[in-house]
Design a protein around this ligand. Structure first.
Ligand SMILES: Nc1ncnc2c1ncn2[C@@H]1O[C@H](COP(=O)(O)OP(=O)(O)OP(=O)(O)O)[C@@H](O)[C@H]1O
Ligand SMILES: [Mg+2]
Length: 292
């Protein structure tokens, strides 16, 4: 278990290189990310930016090529096969975008929620009771005997959240969990993830392309070209800061462990900054000026 707000996930200088035939794809290039225990965050970014790659690494489905990733007491680069199994079983729950991928079609909602507990060897009466409690948490106690095909897409995703929580993992990962849902149903699923976070204290990471989701969680981190680039927090600010807007969110650039910051292309273009910048400090502020 983690104490609230202590660092729970730490990725540093994280690289993932996929090798397909003669071709190498650098999906993560020195990504840095820190998440506190009990936090709920969104990871946003364009298609191909590395969001699923990061999530699959955090889920223990895929191994990083280099760098460090720690989740709780686990060092994800140094795990034995046995630890990987234990990690996937007890530390993380995972929800896929494709509703059909989350549930077994021939099992009822209740049996689906029970299944991970069967695999981890929980006794029958205990797992049945916990599965019922979880279906209650996701508001589907009255659908316990329905098979996935007899549930709506939103209901299937809610059952998937119950399945993800079945072995009481401290971490819940969701890759585009609302991608196949209409806006309203998607909103309900997000609300449920927020409830799981506040009521159970589960750390939740939601991957999305939808910038609107960013405003429904405390912190949204943007990934660009395999690196974290900006962070948006829901702080109310009346001053117009970089990217700040009327919705009460504020955007910050992230600094990596080497002190590097990715300055947005629009700013570089507007100031005609090319290869070099002159950095000055005056009255507690830093200024950047073209050095070309
Ligand atoms: N198994 C793989 N083999 C080779 N390249 C891969 C593999 N998986 C992902 N990639 C490449 O890595 C990069 C990052 O992919 P990733 O799936 O993490 O993107 P994403 O941000 O999740 O995109 P999307 O929003 O479309 O789901 C892409 O360029 C992708 O083509
Ligand atoms: Mg993806």
């Amino acid at each position: 278990m983690t104490t609230p707000n202590s660092t729970y996930i730490e990725c540093s200088e994280l690289f993932k290189i996929y090798k397909a035939a003669e071709l190498e794809v650098v999906a993560l290039r020195g990504l840095e990310l820190t998440v506190g225990g009990g936090e709920i965050i969104a990871i946003v970014g364009a298609s191909g930016s590395g969001k699923s790659t990061l999530l699959n690494i955090l889920a223990g489905y895929d191994a990083p090529s280099a760098g460090t990733v720690r989740v709780g007491n686990y060092d994800l680069l140094q795990m034995t096969n046995r630890e990987v199994v234990e990690y996937r079983r007890h530390e993380v729950g995972f929800i896929w975008q494709e509703t059909s991928r989350n549930l077994f079609p021939y099992l009822s909602a209740l049996e689906n929620v029970e299944l991970p507990m069967v695999i981890s060897g929980a006794p029958g009466p205990e797992r049945r009771q916990r599965a019922r409690e979880l279906l209650d948490v996701v508001g589907l106690a009255h659908r316990a005997d329905h098979k996935p095909a007899q549930l709506s897409g939103g209901e299937q995703q809610r059952v998937a959240i119950a399945v993800g929580l079945s072995n009481q993992p401290p971490l819940l990962l969701a890759d585009e969990p609302t991608g196949e849902l209409d806006d309203e149903t998607g909103e309900e699923v997000l609300e449920l993830l927020n409830t799981v976070n506040t009521d159970i204290g589960t750390t939740v990471i939601i991957v999305t392309h939808d910038p609107a989701i960013a405003t429904s969680v405390g912190r949204a981190i943007a990934i660009k070209d395999g690196k974290t680039s900006t962070e948006t927090t829901r702080e109310v600010s009346f001053e117009r800061k970089l990217g700040g807007d009327a919705s009460g969110t504020e955007e910050f650039l992230l600094i990596d462990s080497a002190g590097s910051v990715q300055i947005p292309r629009e700013i570089l273009d507007e100031l005609s900054i090319g290869r070099r910048v002159r950095v000055d400090m005056k009255d507690g502020k830093v200024t950047l000026e073209s050095g070309d």
